[in-house]
Design a protein around this ligand. Structure first.
Ligand SMILES: Cc1ncc(COP(=O)(O)O)c(C=O)c1O
Length: 480
């Protein structure tokens, strides 16, 4: 086994001297997240969900104790109070993202997936349209291809470099399509698999070639500034629980008003219409965001959105970014320094191995001294025993998974065929069929209140795999 490494905060500070400035976040962790340390948690699944500070739930509960809020779809006093808070939250979201209210509006949804589905189902794809998407998108973006396909659009995937998990030059994938048709391009600002940050310059490139652009910012905004006065994507889905942990069940689609007008809603529902007639069989949709907010919104939650955004402003997302990236840099270096006695590396990182153009999400597998992979299911189970929360599988990002793990279209087709009997697909058989290749990975993702101690406990956990032999992969559902 390689000589055991000593992880000291002094060493971390020497390597990342800026971190002095970030004591504010350490204080926040100590004061507002006591429950983590009291219960011995190491939480490294911030891309899955952020964690709320005590004060956010307290402030929200206290606020609710002193107001009377009704369903916002009426004109009575309690209803108007809710409408006011919802409108306040809408303005706060626009201000937080520095979006000009004349250019952008905010549609509240249940989560980022619902925001993406709104675009997918309403986008006016037609025969000859082009839907171009980077392979490194979340499943909730991938699903839009089914709407595109049904309406006769062409679908093109931008592949990833299997080593860096970055995109090639996008221009060849975007140009030479019919600019008179509605064309849509989708890219994630930050990969929820590898943490890669794709260049935001792609937005203007795509605009120039006749595309509307979805920038999936769900994994980006918790630790990065998105400034919509600098970049102008047409649709930006987010989930608030990923930013400040609370409340769950509310997301948003920030939409450019001009592009929003192109969307054609395939249905109407409560709250989205000005008029519906059963006898004349007609309906007139509401305007603007109202046409897209189906049914009763999660109206008690809106004050908490405003409070959460105020907290992010107070902490300063640029500071959060620098803190998370310092810890990520340290973690990446130390993971790569872990070597078995024979000198073989323990960790295979997928995507960038340094902090250039990436966020605090690291996908990896562990490899034994002979080069065999430790099943990611085993790593997850053993992390669970130590109350370390990581994620394992392919994290709803099949494209990055396939490119990094070298799973070809042929592999997928062959194994789907082999795993399907009498029309029933057995996911375990599918993964067995992929054989010695890992069919998923492990993901550690850092966030606003990750501490140096979390990183040390995680690294210490990883050292327990040094000089161990990997067992065969178990049969397990990898959550793809
Ligand atoms: C990049 C990205 N997009 C979309 C989503 C979907 O978010 P939600 O599950 O909140 O709808 C996620 C969730 O992890 C994500 O990371």
């Amino acid at each position: 086994m390689s000589p055991s490494r000593v992880y000291s905060f002094a060493d971390f500070r020497a390597r990342y001297p800026d971190c002095e400035e970030f004591m504010l976040l350490s204080d926040l962790r100590r004061q507002e997240y006591k429950r983590l340390d009291q219960q011995g948690h190491v939480y490294l699944d911030y891309t899955g969900g952020g964690l709320y500070p005590d004060r956010l739930v307290q402030e929200h509960a206290e606020f609710l104790r002193h107001v009377v809020l009704g369903n916002p779809h009426s004109q009575n006093p309690t209803s108007l109070a809710s409408t006011h808070l919802m409108q306040q939250a809408r303005e706060d979201v626009l201000r937080y993202f520095r979006a000009d209210p004349d250019e952008y509006t905010v549609i509240f949804t249940a989560n980022a997936s619902a925001a993406l589905k709104l675009v997918g189902e309403s986008y006016p794809f037609q025969p000859g349209s082009h839907f171009c998407l980077v392979a490194d998108n979340h499943n909730s973006v991938q699903g839009i291809r089914e709407f595109a396909r049904h309406k006769g659009a062409h679908i093109t995937y931008v592949p990833l470099d299997p080593r860096t998990l970055r995109c090639p030059d996008l221009r060849p994938y975007l140009e030479h399509w019919d600019e008179t048709k509605p064309n849509l391009f989708a890219l994630p600002a930050q990969s929820n698999f590898s943490g890669v940050q794709h260049p935001l310059a792609a937005i203007e490139l795509a605009h120039g070639l006749g595309y509307d652009v979805i920038l999936d910012a769900a994994a980006f905004v918790p630790t990065n500034r998105l400034d919509l006065s600098q970049v102008h994507p047409d649709f930006v889905p987010i989930s608030f629980y990923k930013m400040f942990g609370y409340p769950t069940g509310v997301g948003a689609l920030l939409a450019r008003r001009e592009t929003l007008r192109k969307l054609v809603r395939p249905w109407f529902g409560g709250g989205t219409v000005r008029l519906v007639s059963t006898r004349a069989d007609l309906h007139i949709l509401a305007e603007d965001h109202e046409a897209f907010e189906d049914g009763t919104p999660n109206y008690l939650s809106f004050p908490a959105i405003s409070m959460g955004l105020r907290l992010m402003e107070e902490l300063d997302v640029d500071r959060i970014h620098r803190w998370v990236m310092a810890l990520t840099g340290y973690l990446l270096e130390e993971m790569q320094a872990l070597r078995h006695s024979n000198g073989a590396p323990l960790v295979r990182i997928y995507g960038p191995t340094n902090t250039t153009s990436r966020g605090g999400t690291i996908a990896f597998n562990l490899v034994d001294p002979e080069g065999e992979f430790f099943p990611y299911q085993l790593v997850e189970a053993e992390a669970n025993e130590r109350t370390i929360s990581i994620r394992a599988g392919c994290f709803c990002n099949p494209g990055a998974g396939e490119f990094s793990l070298d799973i070809s279209a042929e592999d997928v087709r062959r194994c789907v065929k082999q795993a399907t009997m009498d029309g029933v697909f057995d996911v375990n058989l599918y993964h067995e069929c992929l054989g010695s290749k890992p069919s998923g990975a492990v993901r550690a993702s850092l966030g606003m209140v990750t501490s140096f101690e979390d990183i040390v406990r995680f690294l210490t956990f990883l050292t327990s795999y040094l000089d161990r032999k990997a067992p065969p992969a178990p049969r397990a559902n990898p959550n793809c």
